[in-house]
Write a protein that binds this ligand. Structure first.
Ligand code: ATP
Ligand code: MG
Length: 426
């Protein structure tokens, strides 16, 4: 395996998390191997601040737990240990081995008929662990004590060539875990890298496999794709490779049908990215409202033609589309409820009724609904009058905007009122 010395890799030790270094040190002291691995090494080699740190080791999850008081074993499909050190949580994973190798038994290894990995807890060597990772640029190991990088799959070369390359045969690797296709798009967009040709070619064949992924996992992935500050380039890449339709088919169909629709969603993504960069709060509810809006208007347009009143048409289209989308990615209620409220405010904002102003302005969703109205106006239909009206109303009544009290649903979990426990019957 290629060991790259400090003079060549140039990692700045000041960017390395002291907590990760302490954990590696303690594991090594106890006689195990341990390295910083994955995205952290990739980002360190690019001179960037890693978002979080992962550690790989030959110690089993139980052995890791034995060494750290703050360790918690989590996961089933893929067991990992969370070790808390101060305010940081470091993910410690045991080297994965090959399925079909000696250590592979039903308790540790399970694959579906189609090759999907259902359980992935076969332990192996560092070489096997590297080969089981998703991308060459995510499969490098950093030893913070000797300050060397171990790179057996030429990840450093791909970093230099700015290429996202799946390790091994992309068709087989996507079949094992179709979410890897979304990861390919995410890293290509975030790093502004190109896709290596076979990595790209296999996506066209394998994209439908994403339908096999549990909707809850796809929603987790949705958040990583769009809430991390690179939503706009990710959105465009997912559209280009027809991967977005696996997350939200109806929305994608409407987005592909009209340039103005694509424009609206892409602006919403761009605004969210900017907010992330400025450190301002962002909510998936707004992004989801924008992403599905083209489908909501298309569907409600059909209902209007059938004679349904506007408010009812939006309400009904919104309900249908939420239910349809949740079959692919499970949007939690705490996001789908505000998302629908943002839609339902659109016809009310368009109507500009004076007597409804205090009620609408003070509503919790007013700001988000107004932001969507602005985007709609910029993307296509002429809503300038409505925009002017609501801009003026906010100027006249700043104290009212969003002033209605929060419902319990909207409070962070820590601030929610606990339901009173009933005394057990005697
Ligand atoms: P980020 O900057 O988003 O944290 P990351 O590369 O660290 O990027 P994680 O999701 O934290 O991504 O995963 C950590 C590492 O685990 C990855 O770098 C990769 O080596 C490996 N990994 C994660 N998901 C998969 C997967 N689906 N298949 C194979 N390897 C994976
Ligand atoms: Mg990570």
């Amino acid at each position: 395996m290629q060991a790259i010395p400090k003079a060549e890799h140039g990692i700045d030790p000041a960017l390395v998390s002291p907590a990760a270094v302490r954990i590696v040190h303690k594991l090594c002291e106890a006689g195990f191997e341990a390295y910083i691995v994955g995205g952290a090494v990739r980002d360190l080699l690019l001179g960037a601040h890693p978002k979080d740190f992962d550690v790989a080791t030959n110690a089993t999850p139980e052995q890791v737990k034995g060494l750290f008081r703050s360790a918690r074993i989590i996961g089933r499909r893929f067991q990992i240990v969370h070790v808390r050190d101060g305010r940081e949580v470091i993910e410690v994973t045991t080297y994965r081995g090959h399925h079909g190798s000696e250590g592979a038994q039903p308790a540790t290894s399970k694959q579906s008929d189609k090759g999907l990995l259902l359980r992935d807890n076969v332990y192996g060597t560092l070489e096997e662990d590297a080969a089981r990772r998703d991308l060459t640029i995510n499969a490098m190991y950093y030893d913070p004590e000797r300050e060397v990088v171990l790179d057996q799959l030429a990840g450093t070369e791909d970093l230099q060539a700015r290429l996202v390359r799946v390790i091994g045969d992309p068709w087989a690797r996507y079949r094992e875990d179709p979410v890897r296709m979304l990861r390919v798009a995410r890293f290509a967009a975030k790093l502004q890298f190109d896709l290596e040709p076979t990595t790209e070619e296999a996506i066209a064949d394998c994209a439908p496999l994403l339908r096999e992924i549990p909707p809850a996992r796809l929603f987790d992935e949705f958040l990583k794709l769009f809430m991390a500050g690179f939503g706009k380039p990710t959105f465009l890449l997912l559209l280009q490779h027809d991967l977005l339709s696996c997350l939200c088919p109806a929305a994608t169909e409407s987005i592909n049908a009209q340039t103005s629709h694509r424009h609206l969603v892409s602006m919403a993504m761009g605004n969210t990215d900017q907010r992330v960069k400025d450190g301002r709060p962002v909510t998936p509810a707004f992004l989801l409202a924008a992403l599905l809006w083209p489908a909501v208007t298309t569907r409600s347009g059909q209902l209007l033609q059938e004679g349904m009143p506007p408010a009812q048409a939006i309400n009904s289209a919104g309900q249908q589309l939420t239910a349809e989308t949740c079959q692919h990615m499970a949007i939690p209620k705490r996001f789908s409820i505000p998302m629908r409220e943002i839609w339902e405010l659109q016809p009310k904002l368009e109507r500009q009724q004076k007597r409804r102003v205090p009620d609408i302005l003070s509503g919790r969703r007013f700001r988000a609904a107004y932001d969507l109205l602005l985007l709609r106006d910029q993307a296509g239909p002429d809503l300038e009058q409505a925009v002017q009206f609501w801009t003026e109303q906010q100027r006249l009544n700043p104290e009212l905007v969003g002033s209605a009290p929060r419902t319990d649903d909207e409070r962070p979990a820590s601030k929610r009122r606990r339901p009173r426990r009933r005394k057990p019957a005697p």
